[in-house]
Structures are given as structure tokens and as C-alpha cells.
Design a protein around this ligand. Sequence first.
Ligand code: GMT
Length: 377
Amino acid sequence: MKCAITCYPTFGGSGAVATELAIALADRGHCVHVVSSERPFRLDRWRSNLYFHGVEPGAYPLFRHEQYVLPLTNKLIALVEEEGIEVIHSHYAIPHAQAAWMAREVLREERGIDVRLACTLHGTDITLVGRQHSYYELTRFTIAKQDLLTAPSQFLAHDTQQAFHIPEQRVEVIPNFVDTQRFSPTDDASEARSALCPDDAYLLVHVSNFRPVKNIDHVIKSFAVVAGAHPAILALVGEGPEIERAERMVHELGIRDHVRFLGREEQVQRILQAADVMLLPSQTESFGLAALEAMACGCPVLAYRVGGLPEVIEDGVSGILCPYGEDVCLGTIALELLSDRPRLQAMRHAAIQRAQGFSREKVVHRYEQALLQLCQQ
Ligand code: GMT
């Protein structure tokens, strides 16, 4: 199969899934072209049948804003023509699914080429951005035009059907996946741990792109409950618009010395392996790839019971899910868990076990079958 995968390159789950899928499909012998504005952060392993194509945003003095969708569409048209691409797989509907649809229309009408379209919906393309008035109609139209639609959870599939009036069963649920070799527990996390916190302290971690949906203030408030009762360090991994607010907040709460801002981290598994628990009190998560990666490293996740998280975390077994908005409660629960080492240990094992069910091998096989079937139609 010859396929183009288009995605966001930035630190975030959709880019991570798209890139890991591209690498895994290339390993299965398919020819894969990744198309994005920059090289995606996880595209760090090369194969002879794996290519990256950067899209240069079009700038011209007359344009008030740089153009991305039009150069992306042109790039897709050229790739299909020149490389014989059979399927364009868009990740995150906006604007990738729109660009793919426009490319197909041009190719059909002018070149007689019928490229297949697949789109994996990831989360806020459906739950937030796509619902906005300025995006809704085109998002609805272009997702309906895809030959294959996938979502990483039942929650997002259902939400898509409801919000965009897509017939039931049109959205196939293919969960996100984790590379269980890279994200695995280790007996020797002492180096990473001692670099981050003193011996007797609890190490909590939060990984995200620091957008409002991640409720960073809830992360900090629940951490403050733990730090008020026991030596503890919070490692904040990632970058995004809420970072400054987080910095102000830890200063105001007097916990500046307990919080480490680590920024964007390519080797995030080292921190996850060293951490005791992850805090992920998001407003919503279609799936929570960051949670799955933490679990695979033996780091149980404490989150709110929202979105697709209950499909990943089994409450009380491989992590803990709290009612939405109860940040202090989340902090108290974290403290109780951290002070009960046998329970924490059991939860670590259960988290590792649970993550095995979302292994790359299992899930990529499902994508591969779905895409191959599409090419044969
Ligand atoms: O939809 C987003 O907010 C962006 C996206 C990303 O690129 O980080 O995150 C979503 O996609 C991930 C991969 O499928 C999921 O694991 C995240 O749960 C999801 N984020 C939200 O739903 C907020």
C-alpha cells in the first residue's frame, strides 16, 4: 500500500499517533509519506520506505495570514500523482480532512485519479473546535466525505455521531496505542528520580500541551494537597499557552521549590518510569494517550471520569477516576494512594497489564487491515 499521512507536528497525541503509525506501517512494508508543516516530534527513526514532506506556508504581502491549507492541498495532489498514493490518512479533522477532500476533488475531476480518504478524529477537532460556528459546516461536510472515519474511543465515536449527524457505525473505533518496548517499566529509574527529587519525596508528573482543556490549575491545586502533607515534587512536562499561568500559580501557592518545569521532553518515558503517579484532571480527553504511556511505564494515572478515559483506566484497579471538578479530592486520593505502598504497587502492575492491551502490534494491525480494505474497494 502507498499511503500519505498528514498530521500536526507539534507535541501532542494526534501527531504522536500519526507518526508512530507511519513508522509501524513502513515496518510492515508499506510505502508511507508523512506530510506536515514541520517534521513531527516523534519522527525520529528512518526507514527506506518512509518519507517526510514539509509544507511551506504560503506568504505574500497581500495575505494578512500565512496560508497552510492551500499549500498542503497542492502537496497532496502532487504526491498522489507523482508517487501513486492510494490513500490519504488525515489525523485531526481540521484542516487535514478538508485539504485531503479538496485534493481528491481536483484529482478526480482533472486527472481521473480516485484516491481513497481516511480520517482519524482525535478529540478537540470534534469536542471543541469543530463545533464552533466558524468551523462546523465544513467539518461536518468533509468528515462525511471520508471513506473511512476512525476515533480512538467509543466516547468520541458517539460524540461525533451526535454532534455531526453522522450515521451510527460510520465511525470505527480503533484505540490509540503505545510502543511497549519504549514505554516500559524499569527497575533502574534511580538516576532520573534522583535528578528530579530527594529520596524521601513522592514524585508526581503531568504531561500535556498545556492548553486550557488540560486544567493545569487543577493539577497544581491537587498537587498542593499532597505537598502540604509529605515531601513531594511535581514534574510538569510539555509546553503550551498555560505555562505562564502555572508558573504564577505555584509562586502564589508558595510551592515553587516543589515544582519542576521540564518543558518539551523527547525521552518522556524516563520521567514516567521514575514517577509515582500521573495527574491528568482534564476537562475532557477523547482517549488520553499521555495516560496510556504513563501506565505502560508503571505509573498509575489519577484523572476525572470524563470522555474516553474510563475506556483506558479501570477505576480503582489500574488508576483512579474522580468526579469532575474535585481537585482537592483528587489531591487527597493521590496522597492516600502514595502513602499506601502495597496498593500503589498493585496499581502499578495493573496499569502495566492494562497498557499491554493497547500495544502497538495489536492496534496497528487493525489500522493496516482497515486501510488495505479501503484500497481494495
Ligand atoms: O484534540 C486535541 O486536543 C489534540 C490532540 C493532540 O494532538 O494532542 O489530543 C487528542 O488526541 C489524542 C490522540 O488521539 C488523545 O489521546 C487526547 O485525549 C485528545 N485530547 C483531547 O481530547 C483533549
